[in-house]
Each structure stands twice: as structure tokens, then as C-alpha cells.
Design a protein around this ligand. Structure first.
Ligand code: NDP
Ligand code: GDR
Length: 335
């Protein structure tokens, strides 16, 4: 049978890598995009002739049902969400609608159209929040620390519940932070690598940061999409933690990124208290043993290589394109 993948959130970081990966595997790939007055196709521009796009929105049940009816996918990857943690405090209701209830709408659409469709839900290490144990595995209890984390926990349990209630092949991938040159500019790794490139090119001389002591388990997004696919190829649906098993601090990100261009981060990084979060997740470290054993999954890019890859890509981008000063203002005001 032909394999057809339907990806929500295809214009995001993970959607673009997943689309590339599935195309290489011979899938027909259809992505869902929401209507916008501006173009958000930057990450999938190079795939435009190989993928198909359909309009739909996680807030609109009928649009989801219609899209799934039209595409008849064998697999659905639900990657769409409001994914930036700080915004979830400013827009908690909308975050719950997109990131939480959006999962219910997708699962209901699957049930209504064809319960044989395999379903992947993009869950998050943010569900562990104020962690109960280190490292975190599939059995670690959740204690989310932001409206985003709470919404993701709802989506996770709903996915498990639809599997148990209706026998759907529905899996929840509990992914730890993963980054790339396509990461949104407001997330910490990309904010630092973009800031380093701007400083190195003489476009600015300061990088305002929040909590430098927060620790995360960071990997490369291109590796993580392989795990999403592998979960849907298992004989039995279940949930997996995907992580490198190695943690670093935000300070480490700064140090490595600045060193890449021969600079000392301490001369440029300034603490901005406005960037501290109402409730912080201090330390996330994943235990990917189950993914390694059952999916045969392993990361291929080290933390150091990831940060250097991102610095190099931002240097290249900013050298080649005229700088929009609005970008700088936006980044420092909002992230
Ligand atoms: P991005 O923020 O890069 O992409 C989010 C995507 O969701 C975009 O394509 C966006 O579309 C789409 N979207 C947002 N709201 C809606 C809506 N109402 N209807 C339809 N589409 C919508 O996220 P990532 O690629 O980094 O992450 C993918 C998923 O994985 C997310 O669910 C995220 O929460 C989760 N996750 C991510 C991790 C990471 O480290 N990257 C770790 C763990 C989980 P548009 O372009 O129009 O804005
Ligand atoms: P996170 O990612 O909240 O873990 O969520 P982010 O990169 O935003 O923050 C990581 C840590 O860095 C600290 N930090 C800063 N963060 C940002 N954005 N900007 C700053 O200036 C800054 N200074 C310090 C934060 O306090 C935090 O501790 C990401 C998202 O992709 C989610 O969608 C996903 O679910 C989780 O990863 C796993």
C-alpha cells in the first residue's frame, strides 16, 4: 500500500525535517497550513514541488475532518502547536486551544474518518517540568511548570486515552529539546547563535539573556524526526522518550557559540530580568534507553557540533542578506 503522511505544523522546524525524511522514504507527503496574510513557507520552500499543502487549522474541527477525508493518509504527524513557552503565560487560553484541545480535535477527526490511521503526537519534556527524578524516562511523573507544559500533558494523556479507549494506533513521542539552523529565532539556542553572528559581523554588541543556569538535553532536529517515524512502524503503539542523555547549561551554549567566532561570551552577554520566567524548568535530562532498544534510535550530532552548525549557518545567512534591524528589535523585545 502507498504510504501517505499528513503533517500538521509542516511549516515549523520539525515539519520541514520530517517532510524531507519521509519524501526520501518514498512517502506522498501532504502538509496542513493555516491561512496567513504573510508567507510562512521559508523552511519548506525547497520542498514545494515535492509536497502538497492543504489549508486547515487546529481550532477548526471541520477543516481537520475535511483535510483527512481528502488526503486519506496512512500516518498523521500532529506537530502543530503554539510551541514557545513564554508566550503560553501571555496567551494561556489560546495555548490550551492549539496545543491541548487541538489534539482532541485531531484524534476525533481520525476516529470519524478512519480509525486505522496511525497517529503521532508531538509531546514534550516540558511535561516533566519540576522534575521528580533525574534522568526522566517514560514512567517519570509529570509536573508541568507553564501553561504550555500543562497543555502538552493534556495532549499526551488524551493520546494515551484514545489508544486505550478506541484501540487507535496513537503514540506520544516525549521529545527533549531539539534544535537546528531552522529553529525559530526566539528559542534560546538560535537566539544565541543569531546574536553571536550579529556581534561577530559588527551589527550589535550586546546579547540580552535570561537564566543562564537552566540545563537542557539538546539534540539535532534532523535526528529526532527519525524517531517519530520509527514509533509509527512498531508492531504495538506505545510512548517513547527521545533525548541524547547528555545535558548542558544555557551558559555552555553561549560559551561554545561565542568561541566559534573567537569571542568571549562574558564580554557581550547581559542578564535581562524580563527574560526570566514566572516558573522555570531548571533541569531536564532524558533517558533514551527505550528508544535506543526498541526503535534502534541514536542521535548522530553532538551538542558542540550542533551549536557550531547553527553559528555557521547564521554567519552565512547574515553575510548574504541585508540585515533587517526590525529583526534585532523583535528578538530582544520578545524572547
Ligand atoms: P515550531 O514552532 O517551529 O512549529 C509549529 C508549527 O505549528 C508551525 O508550522 C505553525 O504554523 C503550526 N501551527 C501553530 N498553530 C497552529 C494552528 N492553530 N493550526 C495549524 N497549524 C498551527 O515547532 P517545532 O517544529 O519546534 O515543534 C514541533 C512540535 O513539537 C510542536 O508541537 C512542539 O510543541 C513540539 N515539541 C518541540 C520540541 C523542540 O525542541 N523543537 C520538543 C518537544 C516537543 P505557522 O507557520 O503558521 O506558525
Ligand atoms: P524551552 O526552550 O522553553 O525548553 O522549550 P527555550 O529554548 O525557549 O528555553 C530553554 C531554556 O533557556 C532559558 N533561557 C532563555 N530562553 C529563551 N527563549 N530566551 C532567552 O533569552 C533565554 N535565556 C535563558 C529558558 O529560561 C529555558 O530554561 C522548547 C520548545 O521547543 C518547546 O516547544 C519544547 O516542548 C521544549 O523545548 C522541549
Amino acid at each position: 500500500m502507498d504510504q501517505i503522511a499528513f503533517i500538521t505544523g509542516i511549516t515549523g522546524q520539525d515539519g520541514s525535517y520530517l517532510a524531507e525524511f519521509l519524501l526520501d522514504k518514498g512517502y506522498r507527503v501532504v502538509g496542513m497550513t493555516r491561512r496567513s496574510s504573510t508567507d510562512s513557507m521559508e523552511r519548506i520552500e525547497h520542498l514545494q514541488t515535492r509536497i502538497e499543502l492543504l489549508q486547515g487549522d487546529l481550532l477548526d474541527q471541520a477543516s481537520l475532518v475535511a483535510a483527512i477525508q481528502a488526503v486519506k493518509p496512512t500516518e498523521i504527524y500532529n506537530l502543530a502547536a503554539m510551541s514557545f513557552v513564554p508566550t503560553s503565560w501571555n496567551q494561556p487560553v489560546l495555548t490550551a486551544e492549539f496545543t491541548g484541545l487541538g489534539v482532541t480535535r485531531m484524534l476525533e477527526a481520525v476516529r470519524q474518518v478512519d480509525p486505522a490511521i496511525k497517529f503521532y503526537q508531538a509531546s514534550s519534556s516540558e511535561m516533566f517540568g519540576k522534575v521528580r527524578e533525574v534522568p526522566q524516562n517514560e514512567l517519570t511523573p509529570f509536573h508541568p511548570r507553564s501553561p504550555y507544559g500543562v497543555a502538552k500533558a493534556y495532549g499526551h494523556f488524551l493520546t494515551v486515552n484514545y489508544r486505550e479507549s478506541y484501540g487507535l494506533f496513537a503514540v506520544s513521542g516525549i521529545l527533549f529539546n531539539h534544535e537546528s539552523p531552522r529553529r525559530g529565532l526566539e528559542f534560546v539556542t538560535r537566539k544565541v547563535t543569531d546574536g553571536v553572528a550579529r556581534i561577530s559581523l559588527g551589527l550589535t554588541n550586546v546579547l540580552r539573556m535570561g537564566n543562564l543556569d537552566a540545563r537542557r538535553d539538546w539534540g539535532f532536529a534532523g535526528d529526532y524526526v527519525r524517531a517519530m517515524w520509527a514509533m509509527l512502524q512498531q508492531p504495538v503503539a506505545c510512548d517513547y522518550v527521545v533525548a541524547t542523555g547528555i545535558d548542558h547549561s544555557v551558559r555552555d551554549v553561549c560559551q561554545i557559540a561565542f568561541e566559534r567566532v573567537g569571542l568571549d561570551y562574558e564580554k557581550y552577554v547581559v542578564l535581562d530580568e524580563h527574560l526570566l520566567r514566572p516558573a522555570e524548568v531548571d533541569h531536564l535530562l532524558g533517558d533514551p534507553t527505550k528508544a535506543r532498544q526498541e526503535l534502534g534510535w541514536q542521535p548522530t550530532v553532538s551538542f558542540e557540533d550542533l551549536i557550531c552548525m547553527m553559528v555557521d549557518a547564521d554567519m552565512e545567512r547574515l553575510r548574504n542578506h541585508p540585515v533587517r534591524h526590525a529583526d534585532v528589535a523583535f528578538a530582544s523585545a520578545h524572547s
